[in-house]
Design a protein around this ligand. Structure first.
Ligand SMILES: [Zn+2]
Length: 387
């Protein structure tokens, strides 16, 4: 029997509608462009404007390098007849930090300028401030990172610093568009790339913690978010990884963006933030001068593998090959400071169950013994024996 095309399509549509309760929708950015040069970025903005008279509010930090880029990018966009105004965080009291004061400053600019898009141009803090202000006024956000130092490029999560100096994660909206300019990223210090790599690889630890929480306390798990977060991290773990190689850098950027999508799927930072992030948060509180986020997280990742009894030989070799820190002293952090951060990690985010909820004095002693032993062999041996 021949099936009429229209009624067949109708039947398929009906089947899909009938099964909608078993599916879900997530928001992903409309555009993701990895380009080179500000002229190409301006074209991406024009694409987002749909050729219409959309208004863009550029948010940047006031730091010399980022401001120079944002200002020249704004000029480039105006040359394409786009309507661009600027909000410089340094002109606000309490300035270019991810503080509530900075968010209020941007919200004020949004109220005055009534933009269709808020464009965060800068490092993680600037993008986070733009993200929160845009979410508060329900304006679309465009993310234009000038560093690849964290997975905040595309995530629906932003980190704010409270008045007492403590970082605090808040929900925000995922960007509507992302334009990555490899030229400006190429000018960022190597440590920013290394930090981004540490943050991305930490997904592996975060997912292991989530699975542990699922098995131990019955926490609901999102398999697709886990799959995406792990795939993003695994994509950069390769024997000949070279952070100076433009192709590897692009892979890293894509992985960081995919991490943001995993967080959007989960509706939280869970697939990209486990015990290793809690250890880093504790270091932020403990150290007079915290080290870059992704590097602290990298240390936390190796420690978390050890505490869970997961094999980490391959991870440690990868760290060594690319220059990520394995031992606290490589970041100028003492073993006392680091074990104190491990012990205090839980308190930085009550409610996020991780292996740290299991850690007792014996585990801390064992960890300290490994830290004090010289040579990377210590990690492998300990991880193997505790499995
Ligand atoms: Zn992170």
């Amino acid at each position: 029997m021949l099936i009429d095309a229209l009624s067949f399509e109708g039947a398929v549509a009906h089947a899909v509608i009938g099964a909608t309760s078993r599916h879900r929708s997530i928001r992903i950015p409309r555009l993701l462009r990895i380009v080179s040069g500000r002229a190409a970025v301006a074209v991406v903005l024009r694409e987002l404007a749909d050729g219409g008279d959309a208004r863009f509010l550029f948010v940047h930090s006031g730091a010399a390098s980022a401001t120079g880029y944002a200002t020249s990018l704004a000029a480039e966009a105006r040359s394409l007849r786009l309507q661009v105004t600027e909000c410089v965080l340094a002109s606000s009291p309490g300035v270019a930090t991810n503080s509530e004061g900075s968010v209020r400053h941007v919200v004020g600019s949004i109220d005055r300028e009534r933009p269709d898009f808020v464009v965060g141009v800068g490092g993680g803090r600037v993008v986070d401030v733009a993200k929160l202000a845009a979410a508060e006024r329900e304006v679309e956000l465009v993310s234009i990172p000038t560093q690849a130092s964290s997975d905040g490029i595309c995530s629906p999560v932003a980190v704010m610093v409270t008045p007492d100096g403590r970082p605090h994660s808040l929900g925000a909206r995922i960007p509507a568009g992302i334009a990555v300019d490899m030229e400006v990223l190429g000018q960022a210090p190597t440590v920013t790339w290394l930090s981004g790599l540490g943050d991305l690889v930490s997904n592996l630890s975060a997912v292991l913690d989530w699975r542990l929480a699922h098995r131990t306390v019955g926490e609901e798990i999102d398999d697709f978010a886990c799959l995406t977060a792990e795939a993003a991290a695994s994509s950069v773990i390769e024997d000949d990884a070279d952070l100076g190689d433009p192709a590897f850098r692009q892979k890293l950027i894509r992985g960081l963006i995919l991490s943001g999508i995993a967080m959007e799927m989960a509706g939280s930072s869970r697939p990209a933030s486990g015990s290793e992030h809690l250890i880093s948060h504790a270091l932020d509180r403990l150290l007079p001068t915290p080290r870059p986020h992704g590097l602290q997280v990298a240390l936390g990742t190796v420690a978390a593998y050890l505490l869970r009894g997961d094999a980490c030989q391959r991870l440690v070799s990868f760290y060594r090959a690319v220059g990520l820190p394995v031992l606290p002293r490589e970041l100028g952090i003492s073993n006392d400071e680091f074990t104190a951060a491990v012990a205090n990690g839980r308190s930085t985010r009550p409610g996020r169950w991780t292996v740290l909820d299991h850690v007792g004095d014996r585990d801390l002693e064992k960890l300290r013994a490994v830290l004090e032993r010289d040579g990377e062999g210590a990690w492998e041996a300990e991880a193997a024996s505790s499995r």
